[in-house]
Design a protein around this ligand. Structure first.
Ligand code: PEP
Length: 233
């Protein structure tokens, strides 16, 4: 079974760092065949990550429109033209810092699909919701309001409180939440987990039957920390 290993470099990579990373990863011939690796660099570094058969490239977000007077935005059509196969939509950092609503996230996901790419749709509950025991209700609403009409897509379950904190839900909670999300979906959809995944916990998380991969932030910034995650597949 394919396990998606997705690197989200956020706004943390340099041109030189990306070059070293990509050359190193592309040179490896012994990566697990079941691992489908996807690099999501900042827009200006996309081009330098393309052209390697052992991994795909995705963007970290895209515009809600395909063209027009939207200064600073990058359209799904341009990302497709460049060679991206995936686009992350609805990452909690976009929702929190840029006010992206479920409706906007859905609009973005639809544009990504329209251009023939695969959206990686992020959902996840904030800490106060987790503590109140309302996570499933929250996730259900997020999913209902941001899910595009038709797939194919990947869903990334990323508890907001687990992103960049070193904390993760228990394996049991990840498994139960993924099964819950699966029960809400009409079509078979890979659900990946994100939030403080490292080489130390990747094997256990990827070993869960309901987990189809991991979305990795901090530990995806160097090959030293990212490779052990790929090798955990
Ligand atoms: C993320 O950015 O989606 C993420 C999961 O980050 P980290 O792995 O650093 O928690």
């Amino acid at each position: 079974m394919t396990k998606y290993i997705i690197a989200n470099w956020k706004m943390r990579m340099t041109k030189a760092g990306a070059k070293t990373f990509v050359q190193g990863l592309a040179a490896l011939r012994d990566l697990p065949k079941e691992a489908s690796t996807i690099l999501c660099p900042p827009f200006p570094l996309i081009e330098s990550c393309l052209g390697h058969p052992s991994f795909d490239v995705g963007a970290q977000t895209s515009g809600a429109f395909l063209q027009g007077p939207y200064t600073g935005e990058v359209s799904a059509s341009l990302l497709k033209e460049m060679g991206c196969k995936y686009v992350i939509v609805g990452h909690s950092e976009r929702r929190v810092h840029y006010g992206e609503t479920n409706g906007v996230v859905k609009q973005k996901a639809q544009k990504v699909l329209q251009e023939g790419m695969t959206p990686i749709l992020c959902i996840g509950e904030p800490l106060e919701i987790y503590k109140s025991g309302q996570a499933n209700t929250y996730l259900q609403q997020q999913l209902q309001e941001s899910l595009p009409e038709e797939g194919p897509l990947l869903i990334a379950y990323e508890p907001v409180w687990a992103i960049g904190t070193g904390e993760t839900p228990s394996l049991e909670t990840i498994e139960k939440t993924h099964y819950f999300l699966t029960s809400l979906l009409k079509t078979q959809t890979p659900i990946i987990y994100g939030g403080s995944v490292t080489g130390d916990n990747a094997k256990d998380i990827l070993g869960l039957p309901s987990v189809s991969g991991v979305l990795v932030g901090g530990a995806s910034l160097s090959l030293e920390t990212f490779l052990p995650i790929i090798r955990s597949v």
